[in-house]
Write a protein that binds this ligand. Sequence first.
Ligand code: BGC
Length: 430
Amino acid sequence: MKFEKGFLLGAATAAHQVEGNNTHNDCWAQEQMKYTSYAEPSLDAVDHYHRYEEDIRLLKEAGLNAYRFSLEWARIESEEGVFDEKEIEHYRDVILCCKKYGVEPVVTLFHFSSPVWLIRKGGWEADSTPDDFAAYVRVVAEKLGPELGLVCTINEANMGLQIAAIAQRYRQQMKAAAARLKAGGADNQVQMGINFKTMMENQKRIAEENKEVFGTENPAVFCSARSAESDAIVMKAHEKARAVLRKLCPQVRLGLTLSLHDVQAADGCEKQAEQVWNSEFSHYVPYIKDDDFLGVQCYSRNIIGENGPLPVPEGAAVTQMGYENYPESLEHVIRRVHAEFGGDIIVTENGIATADDAERVKYLGTAIAGVQSCIRDGIPVKGYFCWSLLDNFEWQKGFAMTFGLIAVDRSTQKRFPKPSLAFLGSYAPD
Ligand code: BGC
């Protein structure tokens, strides 16, 4: 069933994952390090920086009417306080290209990657970061303001807290493994295949290398395990950016985006599940109540047991990312978010990493049926963006994860639309 007129149906990307050669940001720096945790470097990525027009045209030809992409802060402000007109004009061109094809541009101001200079100043744990972010947003608003319509300030503002929870569980497992090692036991009893000894040795070298590159042993990049103070800093950055945009381009409709799981409780673990949902979503509501929409990003569910998320249920299908293929999660999350937030919702990301495009079609079909059921029940869902328009650089996991509606042969940078692109387009409003 097609969406109603006015509904935004599109696909999303993020600058560092598709553009290529984002040499001034922290991810690029980490990818190049000797003791990197990245599977491979992003290099030219899928050269979207030069091929954006072809990509937007393919999106349009499939029937989609909106494109969500991000501006790369480190391109625009590669040195603190020095703004690059040429890069700002590049993004003006991308926005104008969308408009030329009748595609609504949805601009994300920050999607995970930060300028190296920001990290050297303390990154996302520094009190100065909200002002630094606001200064960048001010320049964008001054230069591109009249072109902007829908804006996401910060992508997955809650990502650091989720990583902190994972890191904490991981440390507990490590501690237990270390105790076993000391007692002469094997070190292969942690869940993941980890050589505990080598990792400990490397930790020292990683710290030294960090010191060289970022001036600190523990760089606070956006996707680092986040403290409660840092969580507040991210919210402050959002609020300051919102104030700048409200003042300089009042026509803009804005929100942030959150990474949300369909949090389900295992029997008897309702309290634990409630805590996870509160950390992932509820405690942000006061910060976003004055926004124009919330960007919901959902891929799967997490079943919460006594001590946190349980492994994927026995026999369940998993995606390339290792999490459960569970497209019903989107509908559940939208309903839950609506009950607490009440405002407009845009699904700014949803999708699946799979080599089997028929599996993607099935996943999208179920997820979209869920969105349409929410709309029928009166929930104001205003748009749906599939992650991702293109197969791209999946951060530390590299290019092996294929989320795209379009495949790319990176040796030639040739694009190959998959059947799922046309499938998604078939839901576009007339
Ligand atoms: C992020 C994307 C990422 C996607 C798939 C989201 O967490 O916003 O950058 O590629 O999920 O993992």
